[in-house]
Write a protein that binds this ligand. Structure first.
Ligand code: HH2
Length: 327
C-alpha cells in the first residue's frame, strides 16, 4: 500500500504543462487520495518532477521516444529463444534492427520468462560478452545488458555496454548498485513481484498501480543512496513480471503516474502473454499488431523508451503517431 499521495498527470495533446519535457501535455493531475487538481494548484516540487526535461540516456534525447531492440542470446526466451546462437547471427540481427529504427539494443543471456531456469554467471557472460564486444566494434548505437547479476553487468560494461537493465531493480544481487555506480552507466530499475521461477503463480496486489509506484520510488532512493545520480536512472513497471492481465492493463492505463518519479520510463510489453490472451493469438511471434498497439498507448502516456522485438513495425507506427500528434 502506498502512503504518500500519488500524482498522475492526465496527458492531453494541448495542455499548458509539458510532461517530462517531452511530447505529452497536461492541465490536470489526478491526486490519490484527493481527486483531480489543476496544474496551477500543485506543490512546486511535484510539478518540477512531473515536468522537468529528462537527461539524455546514453546520449539519446528523452524528449522523443526511443526504440530499444531486443536481442536475446538465449536458448529459451519466450518469443525468440534459440534463434541467435552464434555471434555472427546476433550481429546480423542487431544490424538489421538498427537499420529498421532501433536506437538502442538490449542484449540478454538469461530468459526471465515465467518459469525460466536460472543461468550461472559464467554461462551468462559467455553468451553475452562476445556479442557485446563485437556489436560495440561494428555499431555506434548504445548497448544495454539485460541482467540481474553484477558480475555479468561488470563484464558487459567492460566489453562495451553502456546501460544496465536489471529486471530485479538491484534486489537480486546486492552488489549491482555499487557496480552500476562505479561503472558510471545508466540503470533501468524494473518492478517485479517474485522471481521468474515463481512470479506468475498467484500475483496479488491490493492496489497494483500504487504498489508498483511505491516500490519503484524505493528502488530509485536505493540507487541514489548508492551514488547513482537521478540522470542515470530509468524506471519500468515490469509488464508481465508477477502480474495478471488485469494488473498489466491497470499499469498501462495509468502509466503516466511513473513520471512523478522524475526519471525516464521504459515499457517492455512486446509480444507478452497478455497480448496473446486479449487477442487469442497463441504464437508469441504473431503478436506484432497487439504489441505495436501497446507501444503507441505507452507513447501516448509519455513513455520514453519502448523495448520491442518488432522494431520495423514499431518504428513505422511511431513515425505516423509522431507525424500526427508530435510533429
Ligand atoms: N521483459 C523481459 C526481459 N527484460 N527488461 C525490462 N526493462 N522490461 C521488460 O519488460 C523486460 C525486460 C522479458 O521479455 P524477453 O526478453 O522478450 O523474454 P525472455 O525473458 O524470455 O528472454
Amino acid at each position: 500500500m502506498s502512503q504518500s499521495p500519488i500524482y498522475r498527470a492526465l496527458p492531453t495533446l494541448a495542455g499548458q504543462a509539458c510532461l517530462a519535457g517531452g511530447w505529452c501535455r497536461f492541465d490536470t493531475v489526478e491526486r490519490l487520495p484527493g481527486g483531480v487538481c489543476a496544474v496551477g494548484d500543485l506543490d512546486p516540487e511535484v510539478l518540477r518532477k512531473l515536468t522537468s526535461p529528462r537527461a539524455a540516456i546514453c546520449g539519446l534525447p528523452m524528449d522523443r521516444p526511443q526504440i530499444m531492440g531486443i536481442l536475446n542470446v538465449t536458448p529459451d526466451s519466450f518469443s525468440d529463444g534459440g534463434r541467435l546462437t552464434d555471434v555472427g547471427g546476433a550481429v546480423d540481427a542487431a544490424i538489421q534492427m538498427v537499420s529498421q529504427g532501433a536506437t538502442i539494443l538490449d542484449i540478454g543471456g538469461e530468459s526471465t520468462r515465467p518459469g525460466a531456469a536460472y543461468v550461472e554467471v559464467g554461462e551468462e557472460i559467455d553468451r553475452t560478452v562476445p556479442v557485446i564486444a563485437e556489436l560495440s566494434r561494428v555499431l555506434s548505437v548504445p548497448i544495454s545488458i539485460d541482467t540481474r547479476k553484477s558480475e555479468v553487468a561488470k563484464a558487459a560494461v567492460k566489453a562495451g555496454a553502456s546501460l544496465i537493465n536489471d529486471v530485479s531493480a538491484m534486489e537480486f544481487d546486492p552488489d549491482m548498485a555499487s557496480v552500476a555506480a562505479e561503472a558510471g552507466v545508466p540503470i533501468c530499475l524494473m518492478h517485479a513481484q517474485g522471481t521468474p521461477e515463481t512470479m506468475q503463480r498467484n500475483p496479488t496486489y491490493e492496489d497494483v498501480v500504487g504498489e508498483v509506484l511505491t516500490h519503484l520510488a524505493g528502488r530509485v532512493d536505493a540507487a541514489l543512496a548508492a551514488g547513482i545520480p537521478a540522470e542515470r536512472i530509468i524506471v519500468d513497471p515490469g509488464i508481465g513480471f508477477g502480474k495478471t492481465l488485469e494488473h498489466n492493463l491497470a499499469l498501462l492505463s495509468h502509466l503516466s503516474v511513473l513520471h512523478s518519479l522524475g526519471v525516464p520510463v521504459l515499457v517492455g510489453a512486446s509480444r507478452k502473454r497478455f497480448i496473446g490472451t486479449l487477442t487469442n493469438v497463441e504464437a508469441a511471434d504473431e503478436r506484432v499488431h497487439g504489441s505495436v498497439a501497446v507501444a503507441l498507448a505507452a507513447v501516448a502516456q509519455g513513455a520514453q523508451i519502448l523495448r520491442v522485438h518488432d522494431v520495423e513495425a514499431t518504428a513505422q507506427a511511431l513515425k505516423i503517431w509522431q507525424a500526427i500528434h508530435a510533429p
